[in-house]
Write a protein that binds this ligand. Structure first.
Ligand code: 5GP
Length: 196
């Protein structure tokens, strides 16, 4: 499982914590871009208007998801609200074999599973939103076409997720994108170049 010195970084944080924007900003740096692969998960949740199939997620049916699970094509998976999410095993294995580091955006269950699989080669990072008020605003904006019920569920889950933050290797407060991007880059760079 632990090929070369490739590292696996798991980023978690509640819906609306800004983790996707953060990862995209970190990967804009050319030196990191070449060394990293970002895993694109399978999901059964409906695609949001700005999302692209194959870039944000692979949007598949529940039947396809279950078939992939049975075929052991999914490295780890979770059920979030009423949808399934899973990490493609072949992609991660292939990238690690070629020495690429992997970035994964997962919930707590996924973070624990990946830590167990990759041990010291895995770093887990939790992204905290600036405040619950700000988080509520972001979730409401994101879910503007969906039901009030989903917003309430996401907020409730966010509170539960925040209570797991201390179990991560690092916890970063996302109150300023520029600062948190630098903090995340520093953690990543130190881990992939331990001698520097
Ligand atoms: P969203 O619907 O907001 O895109 O994602 C909901 C949650 O599922 C987020 O916490 C996200 O990080 C997590 N997630 C996305 N893909 C995966 C996956 O493949 N595995 C696990 N365990 N969690 C995932």
């Amino acid at each position: 499982m632990r090929q070369n010195k490739a590292q696996v970084f798991v980023i978690s944080g509640p819906s609306g914590s800004g983790k996707t924007t953060l990862l995209s900003s970190v990967l804009k740096e050319k030196t990191l871009q070449k060394k990293f692969a970002r895993s694109v998960s399978f999901t059964t949740r409906p695609r949001r208007s700005k999302e692209q199939n194959g870039k944000d997620y692979f949007f598949i049916s529940e039947a396809e998801f279950k078939k992939s699970l049975r075929a052991k094509k999914i490295l780890e998976w979770t059920r979030y609200l009423s949808y399934y999410y899973g990490t493609p095993k072949e992609f991660v294995d292939n990238q690690l074999k070629t020495g690429k580091h992997i970035l994964l955006c997962l919930d707590f269950k996924g973070a624990l599973r990946i830590k167990k699989l990759y041990g010291n080669h895995c770093t887990t990072i939790f992204i905290l939103p600036p405040s619950l008020t700000e988080l509520t605003k972001r979730i409401e904006k994101r879910c503007h076409l969906t039901k009030r019920e989903e917003i309430e569920q996401r907020l409730q889950l966010a509170k539960e997720e925040i209570s797991t933050a201390s179990k991560y290797d690092y916890c970063l407060l996302n109150d300023n994108l520029k600062t948190v991007v630098e903090e995340l880059k520093a953690i990543i760079t130190k881990k992939i170049n331990p001698q520097s």
